[in-house]
Write a protein that binds this ligand. Structure first.
Ligand SMILES: Nc1nc2c(c(=O)[nH]1)N[C@H]1C(S)=C(S)[C@@H](COP(=O)(O)O)O[C@H]1N2
Ligand SMILES: [Mo]
Length: 488
């Protein structure tokens, strides 16, 4: 199956310590590594007959049903996140480990001069100027767990990705603009309007195997908003983030930032690869698991404005002096940025603005982290909420006159944004905490009492075995205030 590409060197594949033992029932020849130095890269798109053979194997194999975790708690042994179903099939479902010296990029399709470029070519500053950007990559499934926990979704897409507030990250990337690479290839042939970006990993969808692929409009490339990067936060791009080279598509959802990139194909229409054509769609509430068509969903490219509280945690007991320290992130897609963040300690009835000096600096394609001291007088359970406005507010004031509530900030409830695919959870993020306000004299005394006794204050669900006041204090109170019950 190996198609020779003679000039690519023959460095031995690095050892992968997590390779599962060979399974005698599996056809390893079928999913053999395509190239020396490219461990875990199986080429599927060039070999339709090989894809078909893999499909035959997959449909004849009986996979265990995914463990239930949406209507029930995640099992203690957590087989959910490991992706046991696909790993059962083949090690091709692991990430590729590609020797940077063996790596090369194929530029194909409707480019005037198709080329193969090595990493050294991309890094040659006489060919391509360097580009460095602070970029937030956000998965459109960020905070999906809030939709799942209220309204369970479809197993197939959610099983490996029950993301909370952490499916977003910001890093400084170094690389080049894809625009310059296309120019180096003589530009595009007339009629080419999109670029398909393909990754070396194996992707599974409905018992089909394929290389991970998406497409971006050429206009996005021309705006210098598609980077090819090899450095992240001053280090070579880590394996898990797509080494040696990945795409970073500024302002688009994470799914477009293809990792382990090896092929770019100029095409006339958006790709029909499933990640672009059948997934990452935002459905309306008249369509669900059993009547949706791929054409019913809006393609998710730019995330709307959203935010999250990163501290304190849900169910945390927070001891404070009348103000709770809250921190988190705020982000908006498409090159928009957070302008204002507001936090509530009462479930979203009253809101306090985060002082602007407590927001990290503005960047066109990055989040702003924030922190604030939120006044709170309540003892016991409260609901912290965050919402954010982005800069499209200032751009579209005329529109705001017409529909005050729907633009530029976030819907208040998870249900407002619920959709069958469980994407784009952009509702105001809510965290329930237990407030203990030690600026109150008695609360402070009580905490000291716990300390004196060497008793732990948490968990708050534990009964406390010591009294709140003495009988002398009790009698003194009612002597002053009058009796509890009035006798006629
Ligand atoms: N080749 C390849 N690239 C990929 C993916 C993938 O499965 N394969 N996942 C995408 C998705 S859905 C997201 S959210 C981001 C995550 O990037 P990270 O792993 O660097 O956080 O990578 C994207 N690029
Ligand atoms: Mo994602």
């Amino acid at each position: 199956m190996t198609k020779g590409r003679g000039d690519q060197g023959d460095a031995p594949a690095p050892e992968n310590p997590t390779t599962p033992p060979l399974d005698p029932k599996v056809d390893y020849e079928l999913a053999k590594d395509e190239l020396p130095g490219w461990f875990g890269y199986v080429e599927w798109e060039d070999y339709p007959e090989k894809k078909k053979a893999a499909h035959e194997i997959l449909i004849s194999h009986e996979f265990p049903p995914p463990p239930e975790f949406q209507l029930e708690p995640i099992p203690g042994t957590n087989p959910v996140l490991e992706g046991v179903r696909w790993k059962e099939w083949h090690r091709a479902s692991q990430i590729p480990i590609i020797d940077p010296n063996s790596w090369f990029l194929r530029l194909e399709g409707l480019v005037k001069e198709p080329k193969k470029l090595t990493l050294a070519d991309l890094q040659d500053e006489s060919k391509f100027p360097r580009m460095e950007r602070l970029v937030t990559i956000q998965c459109s499934g960020t905070r999906r767990i809030e939709q799942i926990s209220l309204y369970a979704g479809e197993g197939d897409e959610m099983i490996n990705a029950p993301w909370a507030e952490g499916a977003i990250g910001t890093a400084r990337y170094v690389g080049i603009s894809l625009k310059k690479v296309i120019k180096y290839c003589g530009g595009l042939v007339d009629g080419a309007k999109h670029l398909e970006l393909v990754g070396a990993d194996t992707y599974f969808k409905m018992s089909e195997v394929m290389n991970y692929a998406i497409s971006v409009p050429y206009s996005k490339v021309q705006a210098n908003e598609v980077m090819l990067v090899w450095e992240m936060n001053g280090e070579p791009l880590p394996k898990i983030h797509g080494a040696p080279v990945r795409a970073v598509v500024l302002g688009y959802i994470g799914a477009r930032s293809v990792k382990w990139l090896y092929r770019i194909t100029a095409i006339p229409e958006p790709t029909k690869a499933p990640v672009q054509s059948r997934e990452y769609l935002y459905f309306n509430q008249q369509v669900g698991k059993h009547n949706q068509r791929w054409t019913d969903g809006i393609q998710i490219q730019e995330m709307p404005v959203s935010s999250a509280i990163m501290a304190p945690w849900n169910k945390q007991v927070v001891i404070h002096e009348g103000k709770i320290s809250v921190k988190g992130w705020a982000y908006s897609g498409g090159g928009r940025w957070p302008e204002r963040v507001e936090v509530s300690a009462d479930g979203g009835f009253s809101w306090y603005m985060v002082p602007v000096e407590n927001l990290s600096p503005k960047h066109k394609f990055a989040w702003r982290t924030w922190h604030t001291e939120l006044p709170c007088d309540v003892e016991g359970w409260i609901e912290l909420v965050v919402r954010c406005w982005d800069n499209s507010l200032s751009k579209s004031l005329w529109f705001m006159m017409a529909c005050l509530y729907i633009i530029d900030t976030q819907p208040t409830e998870v249900r407002n944004a619920w959709n069958w695919g469980l994407h784009v959870t952009s509702s105001a993020h809510r965290v329930r905490i237990y407030s203990v306000n030690k600026s109150k004299e008695r609360t402070r005394a009580r905490l000291e009492e716990f300390e004196k006794r060497g008793t732990s204050f948490v968990p708050i669900t534990r009964p406390t075995e010591f009294p709140f006041m003495t009988w002398e204090e009790y009698d003194e109170f009612f002597a002053k205030a009058g009796p509890r019950d009035i006798e006629v």
